[in-house]
Write a protein that binds this ligand. Structure first.
Ligand code: ZN
Length: 299
């Protein structure tokens, strides 16, 4: 007789796609699918169907881990745990992961997509060996997950690092910002959609050193604030916008300038080449983290 395996269902919920997977306790993926992000009425039945079929093939699911876009309630003690709150994404406000996964009778652990990616990188990628780790995505949105000893930090809700105010010199950057709430917050100035709204092209398509420089200026404000507020052992920057060549190097340079020698620590290497890193897991960070979240619910 085969040894009883505790299987984990995992979901990485992103703005453009959902990745769902069934994994064993070691994190090896047994089944996996990709679903385009539409409304919950369209996505949730497809998720249920995938997990039903995967469980029929491999065995019952013992726990679920979800790493999701937000804003979403990630407080396990809240009655609305796992529910999307003020997201402008049509149909998603009020949608709840427990509604789709509850029928499996297994515990559900929900955290943000960035905390999930941070956990994935901490376990198996560029964050290995870090006690405190900050993972930031700069893409459709901007967000940061901060881990301390493998546990994600939060206050009454998850952090909203993408919406910090950043200094904008209107003489240099006349674009007024893209955020429906704050206009020229960080996400309003430096996210993928903000870049397209400003220049009509992505950073990689523009291939303009001045554009790289401007976006790096904004991102370096966040990087410096993360250092000042959390003193992480490493900063990881991922997401579509960061795939633009030269942007990470510019962020390193500008972050070092902003810190201005004020913090001396072995973590902060000269040039920040080691300190500010690209993700090592690429597109697998999120689902790796979601599996780890599910594993954390196993006894
Ligand atoms: Zn904002």
């Amino acid at each position: 007789m085969a040894m009883t395996q505790q299987l984990i269902g995992a979901i990485e919920a992103g703005g453009t796609k959902f990745v769902a997977a069934l994994a064993d306790e070691t994190g090896s993926i047994l089944a996996r699918t990709r679903i385009a992000t539409r409304t919950p009425q369209e996505c949730f039945p497809e998720l249920t169907e995938f997990f039903r079929a995967a469980a029929a093939d491999h065995g019952p699911i013992a726990a679920f881990g979800v790493a999701s876009f937000g804003p979403i309630d990630i407080d396990p003690l809240s009655p609305t745990y796992g529910t999307f709150t003020t997201t402008p994404k049509p149909g998603w406000s009020g949608a709840r992961f427990h509604d789709v996964l509850g029928s499996f009778g297994a515990p559900v652990v929900v955290d943000t997509d960035v905390s999930g990616a941070a956990l994935g990188e901490w376990l198996a990628g560029a964050g290995q060996g870090c006690t405190t780790l900050a993972y930031t995505t700069v893409g459709t949105g901007i967000g940061t997950g901060v881990l301390r000893a493998g546990k994600s930090l939060m206050g009454f809700s998850h952090y909203e690092a993408g919406h910090i105010p950043v200094p904008r010199d209107a003489a240099v950057d006349s674009f007024g910002g893209h955020c429906p709430f704050h206009r020229d917050c960080l996400e309003g100035l430096a996210s993928g959609p903000a870049i397209i709204a400003r220049w009509g092209k992505s950073l990689s398509e523009l291939d303009d050193p001045a554009a790289i420089d401007l976006i790096a200026d904004y991102i370096a404000v966040l990087a410096a604030n993360l250092i000042l507020l959390h003193m992480p052992d490493r900063l990881i920057f991922g997401g579509g916008v960061m795939k633009s060549p030269a942007l990470l190097a510019a962020v390193r340079r500008k972050t070092e300038t902003r810190i201005a020698g004020y913090i001396k620590a072995p973590q902060l290497d000269a040039g920040l080449e080691r300190y500010i890193a690209a993700p090592a897991l690429g597109d697998d960070a999120g689902i790796t983290g979601a599996i780890a979240l599910g594993r954390s619910a196993l006894a």
